[in-house]
Design a protein around this ligand. Sequence first.
Ligand code: GLN
Length: 191
Amino acid sequence: MKIGVLALQGDFEEHLRALEKCGVERMAVRLPQELDEVGGLIIPGGESTTIGKLMDRYGISEKIRQRHAEGMPIYGTCAGLILLAKEIVASQQTRLGLMNITVERNAYGRQIDSFEADVLAPRLGEVPLRAVFIRAPVVREVASSVEVLATHDNVPILIQEGNLLASSFHPELTDDLRVHRYFLDTVRKSL
Ligand code: GLN
């Protein structure tokens, strides 16, 4: 099992390092054909408009959609979550549009651009997760097919829909590997 990290822009190095700590094979993915080598894909945090434009330039969006339709799990963090969303409030930006959620970018407000919080995610164990938010999107709506695994102030922050996992925070910036391990379990089950 090998996991790909979309490495067009953003904090893909941190995800590769988290995967290394999980002891799993991993590779940076930029080209469409590289997706044939991986069983799962992580879309990192960064700038979703930039990553979206680069995905078009590298011609990789269609291939991601195709691999997803074949059952490949995808995990998006922050900008990655935005790119997975079907609806982005007041934005026409390029997206994969695979997940039945509505998100609003940078919606936590300027004063709290970045913050951290301890949140409970019962499926990942009793110990709270340290969630790091950086200009994070707010998940405004989720379809009934979307499972909410963690919330902060009643806003979903860790969600799953079938083989799609998304967080508005950045577990790759902490030493807690539980969200990555949870994704790896999803990939294992999909193989
Ligand atoms: N604010 C960024 C965006 O809208 C996301 C920030 C992040 O990924 N940390 O794309």
